[in-house]
Design a protein around this ligand. Structure first.
Ligand SMILES: Nc1ncnc2c1ncn2[C@@H]1O[C@H](COP(=O)(O)OP(=O)(O)OP(=O)(O)O)[C@@H](O)[C@H]1O
Ligand SMILES: CC(=O)N[C@H]1[C@@H]2OC[C@@H](O2)[C@@H](O)[C@@H]1O[C@H](C)C(=O)O
Length: 453
């Protein structure tokens, strides 16, 4: 009886009682039927399996698309296309991954990676609602469909370029476009976050089962909905005997700390503050025709303004307890303008913002992990900014700082791979244990499943 408290076991036993009743009723039909039923009953006891299978009804009564999910989970490996469009709004990152196993047994092979830049007018329409306090509400509604359509077109064209049929892809894992992230610091509201580019549209337009909207359940379970990178970071990159920091510098910076003892309770993950978001915003506003500071050419031509840097490092975000998450709702151009000293040159602002990115990352690593040596694997567009990397090496002299490509995954592809991995987890993870945690973060399966038809 004690085993009945385990949900899975209970379902199997309940299924068998129903079978007994059904088979007893069969008894009045014919001896032949009874014999077949008896064999089937014995086989169901001998090999208790999933409910649909035990009752032998799966193919007739089950939506074939749901059956497809079931079969996908049984396959020795799955092809999942991870999709990421981050806060920099530069384009859609697509990583076609082959997964086998799950959790710490996950094996991931990146078959293809591409990043397709967005058209300028598409970016303009997203920026009109992105992280804004007041927006044209109908535009937000339209964008939910429009982003999905744009992504679907990019996906289909890219698959064609790669020579891959949509039917070869088991699932899409779509992050969507974050338009608002609102961790609550007042204690009056739930944390909330909004990613748009609807999964049903993507599934229907591509014909591929789609998992999307990964952040909501994390919030429901007590997290902030971000960062989520630690699941993939832990499953793919933990290494015994080495303290590892996986640092991503996209629009916002974040890191996962993987302790050398591989204890999942010791994993730390947090946003650190700005990655490239302030640098990009300043460039867009002051250097017409440019959208980022390529190879830090502008920042290198200016000088760090100490007073401005102190004012930035004094912002309330840096006094919040770890772990924490943030976005351009907090770190934005208006804030930079309000803190910049009068008369400062545009180049000095760029030099200071670049240093600020590195200092805020170094501060978070030093104060949260408290380690002073180890390996830092940098990814995201910030890893392409040579001045950020120079500052990081100077600020964290005990660490070996290298590109995350050293881990075998192209650094630009990492986030798209991580969302594909979250989808793989959702398809395979038994997911029954509540209150699972990875470090400071709730741990559960994530992503809503959209069927194409
Ligand atoms: N060669 C380069 N020199 C300097 N900066 C660069 C270079 N290449 C990329 N970047 C920076 O990286 C940014 C893009 O980073 P990335 O694609 O990682 O952002 P994202 O995925 O939108 O961010 P997130 O996922 O954190 O929201 C660019 O906007 C630019 O600021
Ligand atoms: C709400 C949101 O989209 N957050 C992003 C953003 O970009 C970086 C940082 O801020 C991180 O918290 C998160 O993305 C990564 C992939 C994450 O969840 O780990």
């Amino acid at each position: 009886m004690s085993e009945i408290t385990k949900p899975q076991r209970y379902e199997i036993e309940a299924g068998n009682y129903q079978l007994i009743i059904r088979y007893l009723m069969n008894f009045r039909n014919s001896l032949g039927d009874f014999f077949v039923a008896l064999c089937s009953l014995f086989s169901s006891f001998a090999k208790p399996s999933r409910i649909g299978e035990v009752e032998g009804i799966s193919t007739k009564a089950l939506n074939p698309q749901i059956e497809q999910l079931y079969r996908m989970a049984q396959k020795p490996s799955r092809i999942i296309l991870g999709l990421m469009s981050g806060t920099s709004l530069d384009g859609l990152d697509m990583a076609l991954c082959r997964f086998s196993g799950q959790g710490l047994q996950t094996q991931c092979e990146v078959l293809h990676f591409d990043s397709v830049p967005f058209e300028e007018d598409f970016k303009v329409s997203i920026r009109a609602v992105f992280a804004k306090e007041n927006i044209h509400f109908p535009s937000l509604c339209t964008l939910n469909a429009q982003i999905a359509r744009t992504h679907a077109n990019i996906i289909l064209q890219t698959l064609q370029r790669w020579g891959i049929q949509p039917s070869d892809v088991d699932a899409l894992a779509s992050h969507g476009q974050t338009v608002m992230h609102r961790p609550d610091r007042s204690g009056h509201f739930p944390h909330s976050t909004l990613q748009i580019g609807d999964g049903d549209h993507l599934a229907h337009l591509t014909g591929i089962i789609t998992l999307s909207d990964f952040r909501q359940k994390h919030i429901a379970a007590g997290g902030e909905g971000a960062p989520l990178a630690m699941f993939g970071d832990y499953f793919l990159f933990t290494k015994a005997g080495e303290d590892r920091i996986l640092l991503n510098m996209g629009g916002i910076g974040n890191f996962t700390y993987l302790p050398a003892n591989q204890d999942s309770k010791g994993i730390l993950v947090t946003d650190t503050g700005p990655g490239n978001t302030l640098i990009d915003a300043w460039v867009r506003a002051h250097y017409p025709g440019k959208s980022f500071d390529e190879d830090a050419q502008i920042a290198r031509s200016g000088k760090v303004n100490t007073e401005f840097l102190r004012a930035l490092m004094d912002l309330s975000f840096f006094k919040e307890a770890f772990p924490k998450s943030t976005g351009p709702e907090y770190f934005n151009l208006a804030q930079v303008k309000s803190l910049a000293p009068a008369g400062i040159s545009s180049e000095d602002v760029m030099a200071t913002l670049t240093r600020f990115t590195a200092e805020s990352i170094a501060l978070a690593i030093q104060t949260y992990t408290k380690i002073t040596t180890g390996s830092i694997f940098a990814s995201g567009g910030g890893a392409r900014n040579p001045l950020i990397m120079e500052h990081l090496r100077a600020l964290l002299p005990g660490f070996i700082v290298q590109d995350s490509a050293a881990l075998g995954i192209e650094s630009a592809a990492k986030e798209a791979v991580l969302f594909a991995l979250l989808a793989n987890e959702t398809l395979l993870d038994p997911g029954v244990a509540r209150d699972r945690r990875l470090g400071d973060s709730p741990w559960m399966t994530m992503g809503k499943i959209s069927l194409p038809n």
